[in-house]
Design a protein around this ligand. Structure first.
Ligand code: 5GP
Ligand code: MG
Length: 188
């Protein structure tokens, strides 16, 4: 499909996503059964994913958000990350589950885990919608992974390009290389 001069090729359909979210939330329900969980979403990209996950959880859940800024281009984060919104819930001695849209280089989630660990949670795990394992620059692993993807810039289902396309219910590859309007940085 074509929008605003961009070519969007569907990678994961609404149904693919729903099925994966069912699977992920079952795993989370099993692992945290009978416990309390603080779910922390990373704004803005994870907002839809988080909403879909938490509605399938059966333990007691508290929800909070962080927003991080990373200096760098729109398409790739750099190693320099700062908080523009911190958590507001006390996570000391709590089980924490971070909900992230995409782990790419790993800088963002690594930074967040390092900072949150200073607040002494009982445990901290990561659930990400998309893991770009092959692009990792720092060692960090997600415990719950929706989909593994090796290349391409993705939009839809919360993921944006310059704030566009978050509202789309499926996940798309933005300007795949064969397209005439292809966005093609050297390594994607
Ligand atoms: P990292 O610090 O792991 O390199 O960057 C992760 C962040 O980069 C994600 O939270 C996301 O905001 C952004 N990102 C990485 N790959 C993509 C992508 O394919 N599409 C979109 N929309 N954002 C991405
Ligand atoms: Mg993000």
């Amino acid at each position: 499909m074509n929008m605003n001069g961009d070519e969007l090729r569907e990678v994961f359909s609404k149904t693919d996503i729903e099925e994966r979210i069912d699977g992920l939330s079952q795993e989370i329900n099993r692992d945290y059964m009978g416990r309390e969980l603080v779910v922390i979403g990373i704004l803005k990209g994870a907002f839809i994913f988080l909403a879909d996950i938490v509605r399938r959880l059966s333990m007691d859940v508290a929800v909070d958000f962080v927003r991080l800024s990373s200096y760098g281009s729109n398409m790739e984060s750099s190693g320099k990350i700062t908080f523009s919104k911190d958590i507001e819930i006390d996570i000391a001695s709590k089980d924490v589950l971070l909900i992230e849209d995409i782990i790419d280089t790993g800088y963002t989630i690594k930074y967040l885990m390092d900072v949150l660990r200073l607040k002494s949670p009982a445990s901290i795990k990561v659930c990400c919608l998309i893991d770009k394992v092959e692009r990792r620059k720092v060692e960090v692993q997600a415990h719950y992974v929706g989909f593994k993807v090796d290349r391409g810039f993705l939009v839809g289902y919360g993921l944006d390009y310059n704030e566009r396309y978050r509202h789309l219910p499926a996940i798309y590859h933005l300007n795949p290389p064969y397209s005439p309007s292809a966005y093609s940085p050297s390594d994607r």
